[in-house]
Structure formats: structure tokens, C-alpha cells
Design a protein around this ligand. Structure first.
Ligand SMILES: C[S@@+](CC[C@H](N)C(=O)[O-])C[C@H]1O[C@@H](n2cnc3c(N)ncnc32)[C@H](O)[C@@H]1O
Length: 475
């Protein structure tokens, strides 16, 4: 993040706008919304600025900028449109340590202004860090249509009850839960529908009723985060993540997904890495239980789907045996994500009538699998954790009757920007993986469904070889 987002209180400090044209008028509208009373310095000004000065909403001094104008300002905007003036304003402000924005000149600015959605007192700022302001504006347009116009009224309504809620519900965690329920519950709906009297009555009984209730216990949501692309998370996964007090996450869950957790949520890495010793499953279970029993909402965040090679079942059993409330939120499993990302259907009418998810993980070099049934025809095999045992898997399948020429596609880091797809015939699989430096996480898809991918790779290879031929002959 190149820019730090913050909201300035300009109601108590002077602000300065240098320039009297349309750009200055636009910035003034914004400052006036924030209850500022800006000083405008410009020899001439457009009608709008003259009018604002006449109404006493701004001060306008019809003269050139002087560095002394900066003194005591909370914020400065240079909008003269003249390079030498805007540069002088920027230099003077920076020398005085006052935040400065020069219109359309991020290199001269120490802050930039975001696209704004105004549901006062709720304000949303959207910034592309000056790289793509049009994109920021398009996002604003989309959000504008999603957010009810009455949202500001809802925020004010909640603000009016903050003290009463705090007096009734002393515990911070319980209070946060109360508000989370409030904003997605029927009282908030009443406010948004304009029925403030009904909402007020309902709110009072909600607060009083809530105070009489027992303190709630914690819970664990075992959440599938999908194969890597954050857009493949479900809405429910996102919601649970944003509600969580504690997040325990695995190596396969990227930081861009963990970042959806609340800023004040505790984040505990429980995956394996070279620098960080793995937590054992027993330690992870104990950690989840400890936090949930202390009344916290725990999210156990896992790559893909928690119930597919994710040990979600064991964790659920452990927690339920201790009387802890458990919810499982499914995720897009690696086979589904990788197949889609590589354009390989897992089933295909007449060609692949079944798909089997299997693990290549092996304690003693050989996974314990029913090779004969896996080698039986018209099915797709999706092999998880199979990079190191790929040679053995291929050999056993061939021994049990699967054609050595069966197409295979290996998708490493599927759905992520660094995704790599390698194809091979079954008999060449181990060699191709080594040659391509596939280290994982990778999913191996074995079956006729991978034929198109294999053939287009072979065609590309042939084309490259043909292109290289005249050069080779010329040498
Ligand atoms: C312990 S399993 C977890 C599977 C996970 N629960 C799921 O449903 O996808 C880890 C294996 O999943 C596969 N995997 C997970 N994410 C992947 C990705 N983005 N690309 C390729 N394979 C992936 C790899 O085979 C990896 O070794």
C-alpha cells in the first residue's frame, strides 16, 4: 500500500486552496462538505468561488500566493494549474510539514484525495494510489448503487445508542457481537425503511433483552479458503473471516486472503515452512479449543475445502467432543479450481464418467491405493499431494492396465498468478515434472480429459522446433 488512508478533521484548523479556477472550485466543494472554512488565494476566481465568498462560506483573498499563507494550516491544496505556482506551494507546504495535494500532480503531493461515497457520517474513500483514478470512480459508481441511501441515517441511529449499549453490555467482545447482529438484523432494516419510531422501540427491547441474556460461548468455523485466488472464496467464508476474533491459517492460504480478517483479529500461522516449525495437529486442536472456550470466535482457515484432504473431519470431531460449537464452510477444492483454471473439464460426456480425488501422499514411498479400480477406464483421477510419488503412481497405474500414453496435466499453484501447467503422457510423468521443476503445490489430472491440453502443448512444441529448424540448418 503506497498511501496510508486517513480522515482529517478540518473543522478546527485552517485549510488553504491556491487557485481560483474550476479545479479549485471542485476541491472547495469537498472541503465544505467536511465542515472546513477554507482560505482561497488567487488573483481571480470563477463565479462559484466568488459566490461562496459572498455567502461567507470561504475566505477569498484576491492576490498571489505567498509562502507565509501556509502557516498554521492543517492541509493545503494547490489548484492554480500553473506549474511554477503549484510547485512553489508544494515546496512551501512540504518545508513546513503541512500535507499538500497538487491537483493531477501526485509527484508534488504528499496526500491524494480518493473517490468518495458520502453517506454522512459514513464515508468511503476509494483510491487506486493515483495509478487508475477512472477505475476508482467506476468502483465508486458500483458501490453507490449497492449501498442504501439511508445508510447515513443508520450510522447516526447506531451512534445515538452507543452509550446505552455500552452501559448494558460491559464486555467489549459481547458488545461487538451485539452490533454485528444489529447491523444485519430487523432493527437496522426498520431504520433503512424510514421507520425510526418503530426502530427505536425495537432497539430498546433488544438492548434490555440482550442484557438479561447469558454471556455467549465461543465457536469455531472450519472454513475453506479455496485454491488461492481470493475471488474464489465464498461469501460465507468472507463473512466468517470478518467476524473472527482469532484466525488460524495454513501455508496454502495466501496473505491476500488472511488480510480479509479484521485488523484487530489475532492471526496465528499454523502451517509448515522452513523457518517456522510446524504445529502438530494436536497443538492446532488444542489452540482452537483454548480460544473457543475463552469465548472467542475462531476461524480455522484452510486451503481448498476443509473436508477434502484437509483434516477438517478430525478437527470437527475433536471440538465437538469438547462441546464446542463447530460450523464447516466449504471451499472450492484444488481439483475444481485447477481444472477450471487450466480449461480441463473433470468429467466429459462419453469420455470421463467419474472423477476420483486421491492422495499421492505416502508414508513409505508408496501410497496405499486400490490401483486396479483407479486404472479402470472412463474416469478422471485428480491426484493431490502427488508430486514426489508421481513416478510410482504412474508405474502402478500402467501395471494395472491404464495406457502408458494416457494424457496427464499437472497444475502448479493453480488459480494463482504464478500458475504453471505442464502436460505429459503417463509414462513420462516423473521425468516431465523434474524437467519443469515442479515443486508444488500441484494437482495432477490423469485421464482423457487432459488430451486437448497435451495435444496443444505437443503442437506448440512442434511449431517451435520447426521455427528453429532453418536457423539450425543455416548454422
Ligand atoms: C493438504 S492438501 C489440501 C487440499 C485442500 N483441502 C483442497 O481441498 O484443495 C494439499 C494439496 O492440495 C493441492 N493443492 C492445493 N492448492 C493447490 C493449488 N492452488 N494448485 C495446485 N494444487 C493445489 C496440492 O496437491 C497440495 O499438495
Amino acid at each position: 500500500m503506497r498511501y496510508f488512508p486517513a480522515f482529517h478533521d478540518l473543522s478546527t484548523r485552517p485549510s488553504l486552496v491556491v487557485g481560483g479556477g474550476e479545479a479549485a472550485a471542485r476541491k472547495l466543494r469537498l472541503l465544505l462538505k467536511a465542515e472546513a472554512r477554507p482560505l482561497v488565494v488567487a488573483p481571480g476566481a470563477v463565479d462559484e468561488i466568488v459566490g461562496l465568498a459572498r455567502e461567507g462560506r470561504i475566505d477569498w483573498q484576491a492576490r498571489a500566493f505567498a509562502p507565509a499563507d501556509i502557516a498554521g494550516c492543517g492541509l493545503v491544496i494547490a489548484a492554480s494549474g500553473r506549474d511554477e505556482i503549484d510547485t512553489a506551494v508544494s515546496e512551501a507546504a512540504q518545508a513546513a510539514g503541512v500535507p499538500v495535494n497538487v491537483v493531477d500532480r501526485p509527484e508534488l503531493s504528499t496526500f491524494i484525495t480518493p473517490a468518495i461515497i458520502d453517506r454522512d457520517p459514513l464515508v468511503i474513500g476509494i483510491s487506486s494510489g493515483a495509478d487508475a483514478p477512472i477505475l476508482a470512480r467506476q468502483i465508486r459508481a458500483r458501490l453507490e448503487s449497492l449501498l442504501p441511501a439511508n445508510l447515513g441515517r443508520l450510522a447516526r441511529f447506531a451512534g445515538a445508542f452507543r452509550g446505552a449499549v455500552a452501559a448494558q453490555i460491559g464486555d467489549g467482545l459481547q458488545r461487538r457481537r451485539f452490533w454485528e447482529r444489529f447491523f444485519s438484523g430487523p432493527v437496522a432494516d426498520k431504520v433503512l425503511a424510514g421507520d425510526e419510531t418503530g426502530a427505536r422501540e425495537a432497539m430498546l427491547s433488544l438492548i434490555n433483552g440482550r442484557a438479561a441474556q447469558q454471556i455467549e460461548g465461543g465457536s469455531v468455523a472450519i472454513v475453506g479458503a479455496g485454491p488461492g485466488d481470493p475471488d474464489l472464496m465464498t461469501f460465507k467464508a468472507l463473512r466468517r473471516l470478518q467476524e473472527a476474533d482469532v484466525v488460524l491459517y495454513d501455508k496454502l492460504v495466501g496473505p491476500e486472503i488472511v488480510d480479509y480478517a479484521r485488523r484487530d483479529a489475532e492471526r496465528i500461522y499454523v502451517g509448515k515452512s522452513k523457518a517456522n516449525h510446524a504445529k502438530t495437529q494436536d497443538e492446532i486442536n488444542a489452540l482452537m479449543a483454548e480460544h473457543a472456550l475463552a469465548g472467542r470466535r475462531v476461524v480455522r482457515l484452510k486451503g481448498g475445502d476443509p473436508f477434502i484432504f484437509g483434516r477438517g473431519g478430525e478437527e470437527m470431531d475433536y471440538l465437538q467432543a469438547r462441546g464446542i460449537a463447530v460450523e464447516v464452510v466449504p471451499g472450492v477444492t484444488a481439483a475444481a479450481g485447477c481444472a477450471a483454471a487450466a480449461g480441463i473439464p473433470l468429467t466429459l460426456r462419453g469420455t470421463a464418467l467419474a472423477v476420483t480425488f486421491l492422495t499421492g501422499h505416502a508414508k513409505d514411498g508408496e501410497p496405499e491405493l486400490d490401483w486396479a479400480s483407479l486404472a479402470a477406464g472412463k474416469q478422471t483421477l485428480a491426484v493431490y499431494m502427488g508430486v514426489s510419488t508421481a513416478g510410482t503412481v504412474a508405474q502402478r497405474l500402467i501395471e494395472h492396465g491404464l495406457s502408458a500414453a494416457t494424457p496427464v496435466a499437472v497444475i502448479e499453484n493453480g488459480t494463482r498468478p504464478e500458475q504453471k501447467v505442464v502436460t505429459a503422457r503417463l509414462e513420462e510423468l516423473a521425468g516431465r515434472l523434474q524437467e519443469a521443476g515442479i515443486a508444488g503445490p500441484a494437482l495432477i489430472i490423469i485421464g482423457e480429459v487432459a488430451r486437448r491440453a497435451l495435444e496443444s502443448d505437443l503442437a506448440a512444441e512442434l511449431q517451435n522446433a520447426a521455427a528453429a529448424l532453418p536457423r539450425a540448418l543455416a548454422v
